[in-house]
Design a protein around this ligand. Sequence first.
Ligand SMILES: C[S@@+](CC[C@H](N)C(=O)[O-])C[C@H]1O[C@@H](n2cnc3c(N)ncnc32)[C@H](O)[C@@H]1O
Length: 230
Amino acid sequence: MHQPFGDIAHQYDLLNDLLSFGIHRLWKRRLVSRLLLSQPNPKRVLDLATGTGDVAALFSRNIPAESVVPLDPCKPMIERGKKRFPHLHNWTVGSAESLSLETRSISIVTCTFGVRNFQNRKRAFEEIARVLEPGGLLGILEIHPIPPKIRYTPFRFFWTFLLPKIGMLFKKQSAYEYLRDTGAGFISSEDMIEELSYAFELQTHEKLIAGGLVSLLVFERKNESEITHE
Ligand SMILES: C[S@@+](CC[C@H](N)C(=O)[O-])C[C@H]1O[C@@H](n2cnc3c(N)ncnc32)[C@H](O)[C@@H]1O
């Protein structure tokens, strides 16, 4: 399951820049600024599916590095991250579905381009709600299926055809087919908001490109008494 990222870990950052024309950096900065505006002094930040640590490193520009926990199940991605950001201390190998963190110990959780890789989204969302303190924030950047309006535009060509071909150039076509297919088979931002609504109140919903291909979402964790359990 985590093999695709293990295969491309050493090229992940370069490819991320190439495939998004570097825009993913702006989106990540935007998400972190938005979160720190609401919570300027978070006591602990968890960056889930951190990959090579971009978002964790952005937080460490504003809060002590010891307060930031970059977490990912893929060891090669973590190893790459440690080389890029040696000042970050709390690198943790782990999955969103089973967090080795104390209940209500986190002020902000982020997950950029990671939710679609969760094996069990419901379990992962429950874990996020568990570790976040009431009033804590959850920030998500995610890629969704191509919105119907742009289904027959160059975006579709890029995403379904060109992306795996670029992967082929890097001799990792299957990894890029995996990235494309997990995006295409994923839910819309509206459905994700609905799935999270039992424990999280939506604060921000931005559709960043192409009418919703990428979304920026910020949620506030509800108080215990407001959380609805099935
Ligand atoms: C597309 S990368 C995103 C990395 C980074 N957040 C970024 O925005 O550049 C997706 C990451 O999700 C991680 N991942 C896969 N399954 C996961 C899970 N169950 N829990 C947490 N992270 C997971 C992968 O190992 C990979 O590093």
